[in-house]
Design a protein around this ligand. Structure first.
Ligand code: 5AD
Ligand code: SF4
Length: 422
């Protein structure tokens, strides 16, 4: 069986799927017993189109009925089985998962999205927001930790509105505190909060919870108020900058990353300049930068003023080179610092070295003897680059597995601060 779990957020994913399905056709001709399954957002979006363009696909399932896969595979014995549900009322119960990593796990806390950003296809293919019960999340995390997981990443389209559909109030800060009490859990990350819903309660929980890492992904999308309004992001540049200040006041060492779209319909050079000045002002640690692509079922796809490709490309390059310089500058703050990393495995560039990640989500390549994935090492940063850090000395094993606290990070909780001192 070959299963394509698809994404349709940007255009190139569509092209990739149909290219891959073409290759599968040749394989299926020589191996008729091969089962081809397409699931995920693109299946939800394209529904019957997949059937028309690739009639040899055996099973198509949408985003809300992953659990039906075994039944659909049985049905496919007698002919193609297609099932797409428009919406789910309750959070689908956790399915048994085969995890790639023994030490890290992704944990879904909600599905769907109630926002209506005009560029985004997610609400049409993922439906309205449905939160998972806190008790179910905590139980899953306890089981994961019992299996050796030390780091989790909480997933939701808008984690800060987690819980609103359960009892009317956002419960994300409470969830962070509940997870912080899980014994032997070392690191909690989450992605992504929507800036409009990111409030002090979450920042306070981040500062208080030993497990919550000093990193926040706060997608800004654009720096101009005019563009933000046309995107229906529900915040202004000023309100966004205030949120950045709020988190930095509480967690001075926090690393901030973002998503930015270049070439949104009607974006002028003056609007783009405002994105550049915002990037300068915030000094992001890193940014995921995207060229706008019109998506079906979205409002922005109907807007006039689509920006020509060459202009988008040229703006995109200016933005990425500015961000690279800023990332490099931000990384220089780590020079000579002693940092704790979790070992992710051999470095992709040089398998004789190891790679690990700091609590601030910085990738570090370092020399060390063999070390199991998921173990902790302490490194001294001796060289920095825009996208990674290096320790060219020998990393040493830290006794115990308690995460050290970064300098002055817990201002709101009033804890004594110690840290990367040596
Ligand atoms: N075009 C380009 N980028 C997009 N994103 C979402 N929709 C589009 C689109 N139509 C980007 C946003 C979002 C990230 C996951 O993908 O920046 O935060
Ligand atoms: Fe898309 Fe906006 Fe929802 Fe994020 S918050 S998933 S960008 S609609």
């Amino acid at each position: 069986m070959v299963l394509f779990n698809t994404c349709c957020i940007r255009e190139n994913a569509d092209q990739k799927l149909y290219g891959n399905l073409g290759h599968m056709k040749a394989l299926k001709d020589v191996r008729p017993d091969l089962r081809i399954v397409v699931g995920g957002c693109l299946a939800q979006k394209d529904k019957s189109i997949i059937q028309q363009r690739a009639p040899y696909v055996d099973v198509v399932l949408g985003t809300h009925n992953l659990a039906s896969l075994p039944r659909l595979l049985r049905e496919a014995e007698t002919g193609p089985a297609f099932e797409i549900l428009e919406q789910t009322e309750v959070f689908p119960s956790a399915l048994p998962a085969r995890r790639k990593s023994g030490w890290h796990a992704w944990v879904s806390i909600s599905i769907g999205c109630n926002n209506s950003c005009t560029f985004c296809i997610v609400p049409s293919v993922r439906g309205v927001e449905v939160s998972r019960r806190t008790g179910d999340i905590v139980s899953e995390v306890q089981e994961l930790v019992a299996d050796g997981v030390v780091e989790i990443t909480l997933l939701g389209q808008n984690v800060n509105s987690y819980g609103r559909d359960l009892d009317g109030t956002p419960l994300f800060a409470k969830l962070l505190r509940a997870l912080d009490r899980v014994d032997r859990l070392q690191r909690v990350r989450f992605t992504s909060p929507h800036p409009k819903d990111f409030r002090m309660d979450t920042v306070e929980a981040m500062a208080e919870c030993r497990t919550v890492c000093e990193h926040i992904h706060l997608p800004v999308q654009a720096g101009s108020d005019r563009v933000l309004k046309r995107m229906k992001r529900a915040y202004t540049r000023k309100r966004y900058l205030d949120k950045v200040q709020m988190v930095r006041d509480a967690l001075p060492e926090v690393a901030i990353s973002t998503d930015i779209i270049v070439g949104f319909p009607g974006e002028t050079e003056a609007d783009f300049q405002e994105t550049l000045t915002l990037v300068e002002e915030v000094q992001y640690d890193s940014a995921y930068t995207f060229q706008y692509s019109p998506r079906p079922m979205t409002e922005a796809a109907t807007y006039g003023g689509q920006v020509p490709k060459e202009i988008v490309q040229e703006r995109y390059e200016r933005l990425t080179s500015l961000q690279d310089a800023i990332s490099f500058r931000r990384n220089q703050r780590h020079l000579d610092a002693i940092e704790e990393v979790i070992v992710e495995g051999p470095s992709k560039k040089d398998p004789a070295r190891l790679s690990g990640r700091t609590r601030t989500n910085k990738l570090v390549h370092f020399d060390s003897g063999p070390a199991p994935e998921g173990s902790f090492r302490t490194v001294r940063i001796s060289k920095v680059h825009p996208h990674f850090l290096e320790d060219s000395g020998r990393a040493f094993l830290r006794a115990g597995a308690q995460a050290p606290v970064l300098a002055a990070r817990r201002r709101t909780s009033g804890e004594a601060t110690c840290s990367s001192c040596n």
